[in-house]
Write a protein that binds this ligand. Structure first.
Ligand code: NAI
Length: 253
């Protein structure tokens, strides 16, 4: 009987960059990917947090990077990939909700812009930073964490929902652009996963979201990390420009 809590799909030989690795889904994904044999680069705006995750994984390194700083993204990502160090996959889990539990006319436009800068613009810049490397190699997996909010819209979360809808549109477009290159570009759309981000939301907002889930429960970090591990593995070779569902039955498309 195995004693490895991460037993499953073997990712030995894969180098994977995880953005947002200091916390929540990104941290869980980094630990699972590393537990399955991948060499993980843990990146986050929270450098010490990324280093803490990396310290739990043999061979992992940490990079402090803010996805809203274009130059920093390009410079720091360039240090972890090159001709002798192929990067096989990038998982982008960096994201924020911005202000929630307010209706649209009450939201400060600066808050709206900041949520877009992190969730959508950041995802675009990250993709731009790794795509030339991956297309040169003829292989790559890019996975962004979107949200059911981007498909259906959550009341009280206009900035977040709109940014994630934009992210879904971006992935669908990019997937088609690079479909013949060996690089797949997909997203996952979770409903509610109990992480720091959700803990910081008003309970009424969380109850609103859980009430819409047919399974009547939050997803677990393990469930999300499993889906991520498969979606960035070499096995996931015939899917691109797609949004994988993780909503306990909420999504209908
Ligand atoms: P979290 O708050 O636990 O982790 C987010 C991580 O992103 C943090 O480590 C944070 O430091 C990092 N980050 C934030 N802004 C950044 C920036 N500008 N540059 C670099 N790193 C930055 O949140 P959680 O729940 O793990 O969320 C991860 C992703 O999953 C987000 O995109 C979120 O929108 C998405 N998501 C989460 C759901 C949930 O229920 N927790 C549901 C659907 C989607």
């Amino acid at each position: 009987m195995t004693t490895n809590a991460y037993a499953g799909l073997d990712l030995t030989g894969q180098r994977v960059l995880v953005i947002g690795a200091a916390s929540g889904i990104g941290r869980a994904a980094a630990l699972l990917l590393g537990g399955r044999g991948a060499e993980v680069v843990c990146a986050d705006r929270n450098g010490p947090g990324a280093a803490e995750t990396a310290a739990e994984l043999p061979g992992a390194v940490a990079v402090e990077v803010d996805v809203t700083d274009d130059r920093q993204v390009h410079e720091r990502l360039a240090t972890v990939m090159g001709p002798d160090r192929p990067l096989h996959a990038m998982v982008n889990c960096a994201g924020i909700t911005g202000t929630t539990a307010l209706v649209s006319h009450e939201i400060d436009v600066k808050d709206f812009e900041h949520v877009f800068d992190v969730n959508l613009r950041g995802a675009f810049v990250l993709s731009q930073a790794v795509l030339p490397h991956m297309t040169t190699n003829g292989y790559g997996r890019i996975l962004h964490v979107a949200s059911i909010a981007g498909k259906e819209g959550n009341a009280g979360m206009v900035s977040y929902s709109a940014s994630k809808a934009g992210l879904i549109g971006m992935v669908k477009s990019m997937g088609k652009e690079y479909a013949e290159s060996g690089v797949t570009i997909n997203a996952i759309a979770p409903a509610v996963i109990r992480t720091q981000m959700v803990e910081e939301m008003p309970e009424s907002q969380v109850e609103y979201m859980v009430a819409r889930i047919p399974m009547r429960r939050c997803g677990t970090l393990g469930e999300v990390a499993e889906a991520i591990a498969w979606a960035v593995s070499p096995a996931a070779s015939y899917t691109t420009g797609f949004v994988y569902d993780l909503t306990g039955g909420r999504a209908v498309y």
